[in-house]
Design a protein around this ligand. Structure first.
Ligand code: GLU
Length: 365
């Protein structure tokens, strides 16, 4: 760790000492589990670099100790789940994280869970948990855009607000939430829309669902997706390989054939416009479908709905339409659906895959 990193940590630990040692447990306050996975919020400056830094370096406990004010909001326990940059997040880690959060809520009866995470793939991990966590207690993702050793890091305030959201009764029954810079988003329609801004996320449809500040946690509306999705997974679940291919003018569909060759069980096409694709690409889709590969038409366009049988005939091709899901979110849902078709206790049940994309939740049966 370089000089700046050491001084920043020393300063934060000094603040902790000023604020007093480990805060006493308070019966009045909710119990919140903080799971740290890495990202910029745990990042430190690279040696001899003005702007570079390494994500996922600072330990969970030090992150939380740097914000002693949190102890006024909740009784927090802290765990280092992993310490990585989120571009290295994997499906196996998703399955383990989902199990850890389910256990925290259903067996250990935490009132809420906060997960610190790199901002690059936070929208994916949050949506995975949205579909696989059973309880309606708040699960709140948070990160930062500046590393902990920056002149004015945004991580400590973001973390404080995430604990505030996870502790608020208003946050129940809203599914998995994401907060940065005071905005609160639902996981289903969030995407990273800016590489550098301290406020890097946008909603594909409805805007942030709420705001948090020093005063309160405020939601603008009731939850919009009604019944929450939930699909439990065993701790040793191995998710099927589902790839995303990106369409553009002149795209010939070669990467669809390559994905099938490399063992993809499903393919999501980030198509042009309303999930459209060239004639050559359609031929590649036909070849994939004929081999039993599930193909979802999504769109590279940020918002709007990919409808069934609009320009491309899904009925003829045997494809699915993603509706409002981004390619990344459609991939996660398709992985869960294929997993269920392969392994679910309800193997004989005719799962209406298209409805799962339309409704945003698994069909009850
Ligand atoms: N690429 C890193 C990550 O996603 C840093 C980006 C961030 O956390 O904001 O973990």
């Amino acid at each position: 760790m370089n000089f700046f990193a050491k001084s920043a940590l020393a300063a934060s630990l000094f603040c902790t000492m000023l604020a007093g040692s480990a805060p006493a447990y308070s019966e009045e306050l909710p119990r919140v589990l903080i799971l740290a996975t890495g990202g910029t919020i745990a990042g430190v400056a690279k040696e001899n670099s003005a702007t570079g830094y390494d994500a996922g370096k600072i330990k969970a406990e030090d992150l939380v100790n740097a914000v002693p004010q949190i102890s006024k909001l909740a009784n927090c326990d802290v765990e280092q789940f992993c310490n990585i940059a989120s571009q290295d997040m994997t499906c196996d880690l998703w399955v383990r994280l989902s199990k850890r959060v389910n256990d925290a809520l259903t067996k250990q009866h935490y009132d809420g869970v906060v997960i610190t995470h790199g901002s690059d793939t936070m929208e994916e991990t949050a949506f995975f948990l949205e579909n696989t966590v059973e309880r309606d207690n708040p699960v709140v993702f948070v990160g930062s855009m500046r590393p902990a050793t920056a002149i004015s890091p945004d991580g400590p305030a973001n973390l404080y607000y995430a604990v505030k959201i996870a502790s608020a009764p208003e946050s129940h029954n809203r599914g998995v939430l994401v907060t940065m810079c005071g905005n609160i988003f639902e996981s289903r329609d969030i995407y990273k829309s800016n590489i550098n801004s301290l406020d890097p996320y946008s909603s594909r449809y409805n805007g942030p669902v709420g705001r948090v500040d020093e005063g309160a946690v405020r939601y603008y509306s009731a939850p919009i997706y009604g019944e929450r999705p939930y699909w439990g997974l065993p701790a040793d679940a191995v998710l099927p390989k589902v790839d995303i291919v990106h369409a553009y003018a002149g795209y010939d569909g070669d990467s669809i054939d390559a994905a099938v060759e490399h063992g993809a069980r499903g393919i999501v096409i980030a198509g042009v416009g309303n999930g459209n694709m060239s004639k050559e690409c359609i031929e590649a889709v036909k070849r994939a479908v004929s081999k039993g590969v599930k193909v979802v038409r999504s769109s590279r366009v940020v918002s709007g709905f990919v409808h069934r049988n609009h320009e491309v005939s899904d009925d003829e091709l045997g494809t699915l339409a993603s509706y409002d899901l981004s390619p990344e979110h459609a991939r996660i849902l398709l992985q869960l659906l294929i997993y269920h078709l392969d392994n679910g206790p309800r193997q004989n049940y005719q799962l209406d895959l298209q409805k799962c994309f339309e409704n945003g939740y698994f069909v009850k049966h």
